[in-house]
Design a protein around this ligand. Structure first.
Ligand code: GLC
Length: 456
């Protein structure tokens, strides 16, 4: 018996030592990452911009590979790409008007064509049209007070030293003439590292580096990720980096390396609830989302999301501690499609009146109500009444805790009661925006009527 007790004691001591030592450096990294990314909570809403020569064929940013084009075939689009209407100041004003706090633009997408001046290649807008579009972007968006980030594609469908024949996505995959081609991977790595060095040191402060993406064995150290990030963090001590040096848009990573990436990037969807790592620590995450069904400009894609869906998605995301990076794909002349502009302006109108329920807000730790979502900041709950219902909403148990209950957009006092008709349940806290006998329909805001519930 004594032996058993002793060995149990020994085992539990071992377990404590083990569980403490393993997560210790992990926790240090985790906390450093949490500190770097704190502004994501304040910002919550950003603009993604997919801009490049693929806007000319206007069939999305993967066109080169979906249509299996060679470099020569794709060249006509490089030659034609001249966005004469492109005024990034206008884009920046639009983002700001929509209520966005940051923006991330493609500096190079998978097609390999660079929107910046690079000493490593002539394959850039600097060479073709004499414009450093990355510089224009950064200056314009910073001038509007927005944080700025750059997307950089790890994948490169133009560089001669990127794998082709056996690659999963390359336009030349499976083409016989590439079967025995010799490539020099180190050469590509030099190029990749060299360019990431350029974009993180030539334009002043950069807030986000958005790498895209890892797949199969093309992940982590294949990119020399450790070394790459070391350089990036040296150039930009406060930069935040997404998770795609380790994952793809669908990618779930287990034990993470927070040095290599600060936040997760669920693509085209919203997780069921907040996200946590294996030890139960909350994770930062950002859903990236298109406004129609393409990232890059696509002439015939008319599957536009409604402003209501966008607003509901943003609220849903914030209620789960995430961010929304909402995409626009400017056309070949550099205009953001009018449909996108219209949606963003409508979203902006809602944000004008209700942004306090978004910026700096997060999960309220309450069950998701049938009538919408709840977000929280400090001592205030924001009740997003998104789905019309007859009668009151019930914040059962909050009567004693409430300091004030108002309509966020106007500051008008809401109507509250403890019973209605037969509903006399204990701790009822019935909230309505009208007199006791009239229910609230239509709701004052068609997208989401926000009630501010300040707690004592
Ligand atoms: C994907 C796609 C890409 C897009 C990105 C945005 O990984 O390859 O076209 O830029 O997701 O999240």
């Amino acid at each position: 018996m004594r032996k058993l007790l002793l060995s149990l004691l020994f085992l539990s001591a071992l377990a404590t030592v083990y569980s403490q030592t393993a997560p210790n450096d992990y926790m240090r990294e985790y906390e450093a990452s949490q500190a770097r990314t704190e502004w994501m909570t304040d910002a919550r809403f950003g603009m993604f911009i997919h801009f490049g020569a693929y806007a000319v064929p206007a069939r999305g940013e993967w066109v080169k590979t979906t249509e299996r084009m060679s470099n020569e075939e794709y060249q006509k689009y490089i030659d034609e790409f001249n966005p004469v209407d492109c005024d990034m100041k206008e884009w920046a004003r639009l983002a700001k008007k929509a209520g966005m706090k940051y923006a991330v633009m493609t500096s190079k997408h998978h097609d390999g064509f660079c929107l910046f001046d690079s000493k490593f290649t002539d394959y850039s807008t600097q060479e073709t049209i004499g414009r450093d579009l990355v510089k224009e972007f950064i200056e314009a968006f910073r001038a509007e007070g927005l944080k700025v980030g750059l997307y950089y594609s790890l994948i490169d469908w133009h560089h001669p030293d990127y794998p082709k024949y056996n690659d999963l996505h390359h336009p030349m995959r499976g083409k016989e003439e590439f079967q025995n081609e010799q490539i020099n991977w180190d050469n590509y790595l030099k190029y990749l590292h060299g360019q990431v060095n350029e974009i993180t040191s030539n334009y002043g402060t950069l807030d986000v580096l958005w790498m895209d993406f890892s797949y199969g064995e093309m992940t982590g150290e294949k990119w020399q990720a450790q070394k790459l990030v070391q350089m990036v963090r040296k150039n930009q001590p406060n930069i935040i980096i997404n998770n795609r040096l380790q994952a793809s848009g669908e990618g779930v990573i287990g034990l993470r390396n927070f040095f290599l990436g600060d936040f997760d990037t669920p693509e085209q969807g919203v997780p069921e609830k907040e996200m946590f790592d294996e030890f139960g620590n909350p994770l930062r995450w950002e859903t990236c989302l298109t406004l129609n069904n393409n990232w890059g400009y696509a002439l015939n894609d008319d599957n536009w999301k409604s402003p209501e869906l966008v607003i509901h998605t943003l609220i849903d995301i914030v209620s789960k501690n995430g961010n929304l990076l909402l995409n626009v794909g400017p056309d070949g002349r550099g205009n953001i499609p009018p449909q996108s502009v219209k949606i963003l302006k409508e979203v902006g109108k809602w944000m004008d009146l209700n942004h306090e329920s978004i910026y700096g807000c997060g999960n309220a730790g309450l069950e998701t109500p049938q009538w919408g979502r709840i977000t929280q900041k400090d001592n205030t709950l924001y009740l997003h009444w998104m789905y019309p219902k007859i009668g009151y909403i019930n914040m059962n148990g909050y009567a004693d805790k409430a300091l004030s209950v108002t309509l966020l957009s106007t500051g008008a006092e809401a109507y509250t009661a403890s019973s209605w008709w037969g509903n006399k349940a204990e701790n009822n806290f019935l909230i309505n925006l009208n007199t006791p006998i009239y229910h609230t329909f239509p709701l004052p805001d068609p997208y989401s009527t926000v009630i501010e519930l300040r707690l004592k």
